[in-house]
Design a protein around this ligand. Sequence first.
Ligand code: NZQ
Ligand code: ZN
Length: 380
Amino acid sequence: MENFIFQNPTKLVFGKGQIAKLSELIPTNVNLMITFGGGSVKRNDVYRQVVEALDGREFIEFWGIEANPHVETLRKAIALGKEEKIDFLLAVGGGSVLDGTKLIAAGIAMEDEAWDIVLKGYAKKQIPFASVLTVPATGSEMNGGSVISRAETNEKFAFFGNNPQFSILDPEVCYTLSEHQVACGLSDAFTHVLEQYITTTGQSRLMDRWAEGILQSVVEIAPLLKKDPKNYDLNADYMLCATLALNDMIRMGITQDWTTHMIGHELTALHGTTHGHSLAIVMPAAMSVLRRQKNEKLLQYGERVFGITEGSENERVQKAIEATETFYRSLGLTTRLSEEGIGDETIEMITKRFNERGVAFGEKGNVTGDVAREILMACK
Ligand code: NZQ
Ligand code: ZN
């Protein structure tokens, strides 16, 4: 195990009716701006609950943070926030509203241009922010990451900074998610764990067991949620799985991969593929191409998550990869580029981008543009 520092300062406020706690959670003397997406929160009662909880307190609203939030939109929010001397932000929405708000928080606190902050990869300063989460998927509610797109160039990059001060997670907000949204959310949570787990064995028994616990829980609840999408306890498990999958808890002192995400972000940037869906396409192919270096971990994963114990090592690894693809498909997601009408041109474009950037992804730093190309060829 490598040395590490773990500190997760986000206060999680979890459960039915917890949005009502907003008033006591937001400091009283702040100048507040609330950020939203396109309006789903008005259709599902979340907006009403937020306004009611604030009980006459003054705030301004910024609407229109789109899925895969655009820097072009966020610049407007930064300008408004500066003009209004905003010093506290509340994001109400999915990962995109949360991520967008993290950039707004940085843009208000600093003079740097918004896209420069993203390209630098980290924000030196941010005004405080918090969230009411409405889509379990990204873990953004309890981590310091933020992924921002630039529409004019079809680029998508992550930067890192502070965590939300608090996040309110009420599983009842999930009741209005479509089956496809839940599929993408479960796929994202599942893949976050795989990115931190499918590396090498023997680094930490505890990290392995926590990761496997989340993977097993997601596999168990996925078919149940499909049949019973308004079941409170299932949604509570779904929500907590997604949060714990990417809140630093399962990656203490271990190596990580993230190849699938880096390739997935390019598919989203170039084709608008929903984030969780892009991962379902790339992950099985990434496992296949990197199967030799990940052999021991794929064996452990196959056995502990899918009960695969029969056959030679090679056969068991093959079965584990197939079980992964079958799981994504069971959610209702396609797992091949051709099924989404994505062809060779995109593969060449991503390879070119990665080669120009000189990337070296993965736990061994050996996933170059050419290896990414092999992975993309394997998910055709
Ligand atoms: O915009 P509105 O009208 O609010 O509708 C939204 C939007 O269409 C809708 N929605 C939100 N809550 C709903 C709802 N519809 C019905 N019922 C509800 N309760 O869902 C859509 C928004 O989804 P979005 O926020 O984009 O989804 P998600 O939470 O999956 O976030 C995806 C973004 O997060 C990034 C992704 O790359 C992508 O840009 N990620 C962020 C990470 C992080 N910060 O750590 C890590 C992830 O790997 C990921 O990259
Ligand atoms: Zn993700």
